[in-house]
Design a protein around this ligand. Structure first.
Ligand code: GUN
Length: 298
């Protein structure tokens, strides 16, 4: 079978950014408040610097205000909690994120729990996670929300399908499995979660109609592990050395793309699949925050 369709996350993210930009232009024309996203960045971790810079660029593209607050990694937990509090009470900030990971002397969880759930556009606060689990309006974290967007915009059938999720992280696997088990579309799936202690992964993945892979193990999923016609969503992105590229590096997903793709009805490329949609989800949440859609503004 070779009428495989690529799920073009990059193209879709450009389309949705345009939609958001149009909405922001309308808010501006009507004299409303321009959505404002802030990011706290602690220390000088290369990947975190890159992520925060792309988030700022995306804000500019859609017409949001954005602010980056930078702190040295000598900041204490108490001082950082105070910075979070300042953003919580600042009426000009609609939503904010604290870029993770934080230095070892600071508890990520303690910081996340200090964020006002109404401004938690990362969707990491237990209040948002809990609301999401029971189907109440909530900020949904970027990767699962981006995957739902791909499924929705490509009209992929989910009702009654067997969805296998590889990975049980709090930010991808666990919320993804929960969301696809919800009533309605996209949802109504029968969901199986596999993880590092699962005994018979290939046996299970071969029964998947939809396979979502978020383990961070390059090229883990091979052709023998899938059935024909499967929808494959690859969240993995690992940088490995390569003689074939100018930079000396290449990016690999968790799926052995060349051999798995011909068997799929749909598959995400890496890069250009789920990745670009994660920033779009953050923008969507920030717009919702500015409009008071989930937590009405007082
Ligand atoms: N570090 C890696 N991904 C993320 C994310 O989505 N949000 C935050 N705050 N930190 C991250």
């Amino acid at each position: 079978m070779s009428n495989t369709q690529l799920l073009d996350g990059k193209g879709l993210s450009d389309l949705i950014k345009n939609e958001i930009a149009q909405e922001v232009a309308k808010i501006k024309a009507d004299g409303g408040k321009i959505p404002h996203l802030a990011a706290i960045l602690v220390g000088h971790d290369g990947a975190s610097e890159t992520y925060v810079a792309s988030k700022e660029k995306a804000c500019t593209q859609v017409g949001f205000k954005s602010t980056i607050l930078r702190f040295e990694d000598t900041i204490t937990e108490k001082e950082l909690l105070n910075e979070v509090h300042k953003l919580n009470v600042n009426p000009d900030i609609d939503g904010f994120i604290v870029q993770l990971p934080l230095p070892k002397h600071i508890s990520d969880q303690k910081i996340i729990e200090a964020i006002d759930p109404a401004k938690d556009v990362d969707g990491f606060h237990p209040v948002n996670v809990g609301r999401m689990v029971i189907g109440l309006p909530a900020y949904i974290s970027a990767t699962p929300d981006g995957i739902l967007e791909l499924i929705r915009r490509y009209n992929i059938e989910t009702k009654g399908k067997h969805c296998v999720v590889l990975g049980r992280s709090n930010i991808v696997g666990r919320p993804m499995a929960n969301l696809l088990s919800h009533k309605g579309y996209p949802g109504d799936c029968t969901v199986t979660v596999c993880h590092s202690r699962t005994k018979n992964i290939p046996e299970i993945t071969r029964t998947a109609d939809i396979l979502i892979v978020a383990m961070g193990q390059p090229e883990f999923v091979t052709a023998e592990m899938v059935k024909e016609g499967v929808v494959v969503i690859d969240v993995g992105i690992t940088r490995v050395k390569s003689d074939l590229t100018k930079s000396g590096w290449k990016l690999l997903g968790d799926v052995k793309f060349d051999e798995v793709a011909p068997l799929c009805s749909y598959i995400t490329p890496v890069p250009g699949g789920v990745g670009p949609l994660t920033i779009v989800s953050l923008l969507k949440n920030t717009l919702k925050a500015a409009k008071g859609e989930i937590y009405p503004k007082l």
